[in-house]
Design a protein around this ligand. Sequence first.
Ligand code: GRF
Length: 194
Amino acid sequence: MVKSPGLKKINTAVFISGNGSNLKNLIKFSLKKKSKLKISLVVSNKYNAKGIIYANRYKIKKKIINYKNIELAEKEILINLNKYKIKLICLAGFMKIISKKFIKKFDGKIVNIHPSLLPKYKGLNTHIRVINNKEKFSGCTVHYVNSNLDSGKIIIQKKIKIKKNDNAKSLAKRVLKEEHILYPKALVKILSNL
Ligand code: GRF
């Protein structure tokens, strides 16, 4: 691979729990010549998260964390973040709450993608709630993580129109497609300041 001279890559960890389509997409983005993103570690709280296949496929270090005890889990994560000199954490479908203590250690260095137009529809099951409330628009948001769920500073958002015959499934599919465009865009913004 040809390296761009002077391009400082930022060691990043991606945290997942599920399918990992955002992880796959971020890996692809990181492989672009001018991308400052370097995914050095994938963290999963589930040994059978589908997304782990992408860590394997692209030979990225992975760490599966047992979350029976959150304090021990986070300690183990921190050890690994130090080991791989991680400077940025991207949450991508990570289903565990991150403690205040942990956030303090990585203050301003944790970002998340959420499938709604925050501050609306924080938390789980966004699409079904959006449909049930007969909203006209939905979308996705990339935001910094603070100690309140889905409440950190918004980095970037994409709004989409809800179609007449949309249901939670069709909406989720269209929003996810937008997420794959939005997350790299957000990272371009963030990484240029790191
Ligand atoms: C995405 O919709 C993301 O916004 C939400 O969880 C989902 C993860 O999807 N936080 P994937 O695992 O990246 O495919």
